[in-house]
Every structure is written in structure tokens, then in C-alpha cells.
Design a protein around this ligand. Structure first.
Ligand SMILES: O=C(O)C1=C[C@@H](OP(=O)(O)O)[C@@H](O)[C@H](O)C1
Ligand SMILES: C=C(OP(=O)(O)O)C(=O)O
Length: 459
């Protein structure tokens, strides 16, 4: 029997309960044998939060079917409600929570918005607040206050929005909305996050003069997420043209309401699929879209590099283990959010691996390069930070406490190692509620385990 220090968090996705609990250790279960699992996952964070913003800015109501219900989506819903959007639950077909009917309303400020830990809330909502009448103050969890915001603050100022940040160029700050944003032509440096580009594009059709946005910087990470923004806009009748690489043009115009099915979160599929390589056997994720802009689709290309076989049939993706885990040399510029599970996998591979193109993940929920290095090395591993990545040399690992740093993907990366390494205990596994409040239950389902009333895994 596993330790009994963990009991499942009581997370109310619509309440203001803080999911994080730093004083709890969750004993990560060791895989009891090769897997034969079929798992369904809740909706995509990136799609849900884009569709919520677009629905709030649209000119008629939208129905979001099978949206994500998690801390990030709750923060987004509360933010948009506070600014005047009507968002009501409606029974739907998803086992993970109700559909959402969004009725756009006149936008008013005079409110405070809690971004929690959500990059999508802190980067997508300030332009909406600029379109609202009255001041809107933005703040976030202490651990997220340091995430880069300077590009968004200076962009909005250049587009004609008054922002008071007391000279910090970071959270907290107040957007003094006047009900309109002039818009125009600006050049930004989005090297630290693609979300600056997405946040500006999502609201740009509502700017008086639209937006000509140019990125001039060392690098542009997470391009699939920008593609996702462009595609969700196109589906609502807003064309985004790209006259040159790193340049986007949005004419002023209406944003249409629409009913939309939210795809399952393919980035949250990563730890479950990776588990097949660690434990052996196979893992199937249901509802896998045949076409998508989600970067999780890259797993079809990436997991075979580690030795897996990937097959797609009847709308489900199956990953089957090969002989062992192969070392890799990967540039993850486009898919930085996939790095934590893949790095954990590499720590169990048959030779040294290198990951590059991910300098920007130092600015995710935590400095993920430092956090992965510290935690894997604490278990006996040998990970070295590079300028823009990590070098991972597999070593025999031992159990120990794995810190999560308020980072859902750090918590799930620890769970991956725990499949193979007895005695790994995850601090604050509840932080997975950021995008997957059902993580521990689904992980037990993955392993064919059940849990008792106290949430302790049993075979
Ligand atoms: O727009 C989005 O939904 C996201 C963009 C990416 O951000 P960065 O470009 O900051 O990596 C990604 O890592 C994040 O999880 C979600
Ligand atoms: C970087 C991530 O989140 P956020 O949307 O808060 O940036 C992530 O989910 O990996």
C-alpha cells in the first residue's frame, strides 16, 4: 500500500478556491506492469481560452461544447464576466463538465482580474480591458507575477491605451480603458512568449484602425500557438494576413459568434502517452483530432524518435512502446510546452539526449530549465542547463521529494519518473488543476489502479 499522506484536492472550477497545496506529498505510483490503457482527456486550455475571449468580443452568442474546466479556464471566465460578458453553463455531452454559453455584453472596467498562474489570461485579457470603459487592475499568484509582461504593456501603450504599472513593466498593473483602442502599426519583440502576438491578434479586429503587427526579435517560439490564434479568428470571419514572415495584418471588423467543439488537450496527453514508453505496453487517447493546430500533434513525430510506434485509428491515437527508450536530439522551438514530459522520458533513455530551442521556457510557470535540472539531479540524474535547452545524461535514479514549483507540467514530469523509480513523492500535485484537475484520478486509471476514499492508490 502506498503512503496515505495524499487526499484529492477539493477543486471547484467555478469557485475561487486555490488549488495549490504546498504541504502535501503525493506518492507517485510505480507502474505495476506494461500498460493497456484507453484514456479520455478534458478540453484544450489553449483552445478554450481563445474561444472564450473571441466569444466575449463577438457580435452574437457562442456555445463552447466540451470546454476545459480548470483553474486557467476559471480565471478566464471570471475575468471576462467581470468585464461584462455573460457566461452560463449549459448541460452538454462531456463527462468533464458543462458546455458554456457566452453572450457578449458591453465591456466595463472598474474591476480587478486575477490571472492566477495563467499566461493566457495575463496576455489575452489586457487588450480586452483596453476596449472596456473604466480601470481594470490585473494581478496574479505571487509565483506568476514575474512572468514577462513588458511587451504587452508597451504594445498597448503604443496602440493608445493608458496603463499604470508604477514603472514595474510587470504585474500588477492597471489598464485605464476608454471603451476603444486606436490600433495601428507596431513592432514588438515576442521572443519570450508567442502569447504577446496571440493576445494582440485576438482583439485586433475591434481596434478602430485594426492592427499591423511585426515581430522583430531574436526568435519567435511556439508558432503553432500563433497558427491556432489565426485559425480561431478565421473561423469567426476575421482574416489575418501575413505579408511577411513575423508580420500579421488584421483589418477592423466584426468578430462572429459561433458554436464550437473544443478538442481534447493534446499537450496534456503527453505524460500519458510517454507513460507507455516508460512502463511498456500501449496507451490510447480517445477523441484525437485528425487535423489540429495544437502543438501536441507533434507527439506523432516526436515519440517515434524515442522508439515508440504511433498509430491512429477511429479518432484515437495509440502509442506503443518499442525495445527501450532511445536517446534523442530535439529542437523544441515550436513546442516548448512539451519539454517537461519529454525531458523526464530522456532521463530514462539508453544514452544522452539534448533539447534545444527552449530558452523561453525559463519564463513559463517557473524556470523550467532550472527546475527540471534541479529535480532530476536530486533523484541522482545528470542534467545540465544549456543556453537554450538541456543536456540529459541518464543515470540510475532513486526516490525522493520532487518539487512542483506551482507548475502543472513539473508535477506531471515527476509522475512520469515515478512510474519507473520507487519512492518519488510529488509536492503539490494539486497544482495540476491549472489545466487538468482530474490528473491523479486519470493517472490511476492509466495504471489500472483504483483509489480508496482517501485518494490512496491501490492495485
Ligand atoms: O497561446 C497559448 O495558448 C500558449 C502559448 C505557448 O506560450 P509561449 O509562447 O509563452 O511558450 C505555450 O507554451 C502555452 O502553454 C500556451
Ligand atoms: C506555459 C504554459 O502555460 P501558460 O498558458 O500559463 O503560459 C503551459 O501550460 O505549459
Amino acid at each position: 500500500m502506498l503512503s496515505s499522506r495524499y487526499s484529492p484536492p477539493e477543486f471547484d472550477p467555478y469557485g475561487d478556491a486555490r488549488a495549490d497545496d504546498e504541504n502535501v506529498l503525493w506518492p507517485a505510483p510505480v507502474a505495476p506492469g506494461p500498460l493497456a490503457a484507453r484514456i479520455s482527456l478534458p478540453g484544450s486550455k489553449s483552445l478554450t481560452n481563445r474561444e472564450l475571449v473571441l466569444a466575449a468580443l463577438a457580435d452574437s452568442p457562442s456555445l463552447l461544447r466540451a470546454p476545459l474546466h480548470s483553474r486557467d479556464s476559471t480565471n478566464m471566465i471570471e475575468a471576462l464576466r467581470a468585464l461584462g460578458a455573460g457566461i452560463a453553463e449549459q448541460p452538454g455531452d462531456s463527462p468533464f463538465g458543462p458546455d458554456l454559453l457566452v453572450t457578449p455584453g458591453e465591456l466595463f472596467g472598474s474591476t480587478t482580474i486575477d490571472c492566477g498562474l495563467a499566461g493566457t489570461v495575463m496576455r489575452f485579457v489586457p487588450p480586452v480591458a483596453g476596449l472596456a470603459l473604466g480601470p481594470t487592475t490585473f494581478d496574479a499568484d505571487a509565483s506568476a507575477r514575474g512572468r514577462p509582461m513588458a511587451t504587452m504593456i508597451s504594445s498597448l501603450r503604443e496602440l493608445g491605451v493608458d496603463i499604470n504599472d508604477d514603472g514595474r513593466a510587470s504585474l500588477p498593473f492597471t489598464v485605464h480603458g476608454t471603451g476603444a483602442i486606436a490600433g495601428g502599426s507596431i513592432t514588438i519583440d515576442a521572443s519570450s512568449s508567442s502569447q504577446f502576438v496571440s493576445g494582440l491578434l485576438l482583439a485586433a479586429a475591434r481596434f478602430d484602425n485594426g492592427l499591423r503587427l511585426r515581430h522583430a526579435g531574436e526568435r519567435l517560439p511556439s508558432l503553432p500557438h500563433i497558427e491556432m490564434t489565426i485559425e480561431t479568428l478565421a473561423a469567426r470571419g476575421v482574416p489575418v494576413s501575413s505579408p511577411a514572415v513575423g508580420e500579421w495584418l488584421v483589418e477592423p471588423g466584426r468578430i462572429a459568434g459561433r458554436d464550437v467543439d473544443i478538442e481534447p488537450d493534446l499537450s496534456n496527453a503527453a505524460p500519458f502517452l510517454v507513460a507507455a514508453l516508460v512502463a511498456g505496453g500501449s496507451v490510447t487517447i480517445t477523441g484525437w483530432p485528425s487535423e489540429t493546430t495544437q502543438v501536441g500533434a507533434d507527439l506523432l513525430r516526436l515519440l517515434p524518435e524515442f522508439g515508440a510506434t504511433v498509430s491512429f485509428a477511429d479518432g484515437a491515437l495509440t502509442v506503443t512502446a518499442g525495445d527501450g527508450i532511445r536517446a534523442v536530439d530535439l529542437d523544441l522551438t515550436t513546442g516548448g510546452e512539451l519539454a517537461p514530459p519529454l525531458v523526464a522520458l530522456a532521463a530514462l533513455a539508453d544514452g544522452p539526449s539534448t533539447f534545444t530551442g527552449i530558452g523561453h521556457i525559463r519564463h513559463h510557470e517557473t524556470d523550467r530549465l532550472a527546475a527540471l535540472t534541479a529535480e532530476i539531479n536530486k533523484l541522482g540524474g545528470e542534467v545540465t542547463e544549456l543556453d537554450d535547452g538541456l543536456r540529459v545524461v541518464p543515470k540510475p535514479l532513486h526516490g525522493g521529494v520532487w518539487q512542483s514549483y506551482h507548475d502543472h507540467r513539473m508535477a506531471t514530469a515527476g509522475a512520469i519518473l515515478g512510474l519507473a523509480v520507487p519512492g518519488v513523492e510529488i509536492e503539490n500535485v494539486a497544482t495540476t488543476a491549472k489545466t487538468l484537475p482530474q490528473f491523479t484520478e486519470l493517472w490511476q486509471q492509466l495504471l489500472g489502479l483504483s483509489h480508496d476514499a482517501a485518494g490512496v492508490a491501490t492495485v
